[in-house]
Design a protein around this ligand. Structure first.
Ligand code: FHN
Length: 443
């Protein structure tokens, strides 16, 4: 059956190639900017790294990442276990016979994301190992070949729709360690470009097409970084054109070609866990880990406190960026308990302070370290929100605020006095009751 499907795919794919080459000018590489508004307002999303690597949980054959006895073993990234801990191809690809996430409950995943305040979810439809979480017509290295058999993406998409979250797919368009022509890590022999082109045409472009046609995603998350790669401007634009020709809403991230994203991507993607100190001229986000690893790593105990992660969220929000926080599900489909606790803590803070975050925009006030601001138009006028990440006796805002000021969570009134062109806000010590971020609403 799959063989027959493969023939159709090949024919279909040839057509994609034809369409690509015969209609390049008809398809605009630019998306209507209004389609990016939801992303700018969303601020907070869930990233999920899940695949065959989740079975190994960062350990193989008595070795646990990071392991410096391997030349390339010094990393926590558990989804990289195959090349880093030199797991043989047969063993790793044979994990396909073990992947059986019988406890997978996408409804509960999306509920956790929603309760945390997240507005969108991005999952690894295919990571660098080449394994597809959906029943792919293009490759048998997919969920349909596992004991579980059932497509994992369709029910997740349904749950996102049910709870009102936007959804997107991470797709490793460049690295593919299973395909004989896919790109490999830099310490392997360089894949000749004509071979890479075979992978590009046979698997990468057709799987992207499949993802859009089957699931109609709100965004696609491609992944290159500083390494030299095969994504030339021509291939980058070929992929953008393909996406645009199939969807008039699907956002594309800057990592489609990190070093040269061009003008037609929809938002910039920072380095992993990187927080810019300045405003950027495009929408942007930071992909961030909750442990050190992206994929679930059973011995990575470096869980970040919820409070620190809220600071990253607030930092990004104050500069017009988003925070895409990762959770690595276990291979059985459950979410790790430390991740759940942190999501709930963040959600509880956002429940009372989300007004200052969601739908807000940055101000141009230069504030001291640890103090952030956002603003928002409301029916009662423009609100200024001030985030205090540690106790301070006063804050000076370089603007005249003539209305009132209060603690957002409690409504406690706060004194302000205008001095010249500035407003000095005096803060009673009693508002800093614990180490959570205090938000003021002023106008
Ligand atoms: O190599 C990947 C890594 O495994 C992970 O997916 C991150 C997420 O941003 N992207 C690459 C490294 O930057």
């Amino acid at each position: 059956m799959k063989r027959l499907a493969a023939i159709f795919i090949l024919l279909g794919f040839l057509c994609v190639g034809c369409a690509e080459k015969s209609t390049p000018k008809e398809v605009s590489l630019k998306l209507d900017p209004s389609k990016v508004e939801w992303f700018k307002d969303a601020k907070f999303g869930m990233f999920m790294h899940w695949g065959l690597y989740s079975i190994l949980e960062g350990s193989y054959n008595g070795h646990t990442m990071p392991d410096t006895t391997f030349p390339q073993g010094n990393t926590w990234y558990a989804e990289w276990i195959k090349p880093r801990l030199e797991v043989p191809d047969d063993y790793y690809n044979g994990l396909i016979n073990e992947f059986n996430p019988v406890k997978y409950d996408p409804d509960s995943w999306v509920k956790e994301a929603k309760n945390a305040g997240m507005k969108y979810l991005v999952i690894t439809a295919k990571h660098h190992d080449g394994f597809a979480l959906w029943d792919s017509d293009v490759s048998d290295f997919d969920i349909a070949s596992t004991p579980y058999k059932k497509d994992l993406l369709a029910p997740l998409v349904a749950a996102c729709k049910k709870y009102g979250l936007k959804y997107g797919f991470y797709y490793s368009h460049w690295q593919d360690w299973e395909d004989p022509d896919g790109a490999m890590p830099y310490w392997y022999p360089w894949r000749p470009d004509e071979d890479f082109e075979k992978y590009w045409q046979r698997k990468s472009l057709p799987q992207v097409k499949e993802l859009i046609e089957k699931f109609d995603p709100d965004l696609l998350w491609f992944d290159t970084w500083d390494w030299e790669n095969h994504i030339t401007p021509e291939r980058r634009d070929e992929l953008i054109r393909l996406v645009r020709s199939l969807s008039d809403k699907c956002l594309i991230n800057g990592r489609i070609c990190y070093s040269n994203p061009g003008d037609n991507i929809d938002f910039l993607e920072m380095h992993d866990n990187a927080y810019p100190k300045e405003m950027l001229d495009k929408p942007w986000q930071t992909p961030a880990t909750m442990q050190n690893s992206w994929a679930y790593h059973g011995k990575d105990y470096n869980w970040k406190p919820a409070n620190r992660m809220l600071r990253y969220l607030v930092n990004n929000t104050s500069m017009g960026g988003n925070y895409l926080l990762n959770v690595g599900p276990k291979a059985d489909g459950t979410l790790p308990a430390p991740a759940i606790r942190r999501l709930r803590e963040m959600g509880a803070w956002l429940d009372v302070n989300g007004e200052a975050v969601f739908g807000s925009s940055p101000t141009d006030y230069k504030m001291p370290e640890g103090i952030y601001t956002t603003q928002k138009e409301t029916p009662d006028g423009k609100n200024l929100y001030i985030f205090l990440t540690s106790p301070v006796p006063s804050v000076t805002v370089p603007a005249v605020l003539s209305g009132k000021c209060e603690v957002l969570e409690t409504g406690q009134p706060i004194d302000m006095s205008v001095i010249g062109e500035e407003t000095v806000i005096t803060l009673p010590e009693s508002i800093f009751k614990d180490d959570s971020i205090v938000v003021l609403r002023c106008h």
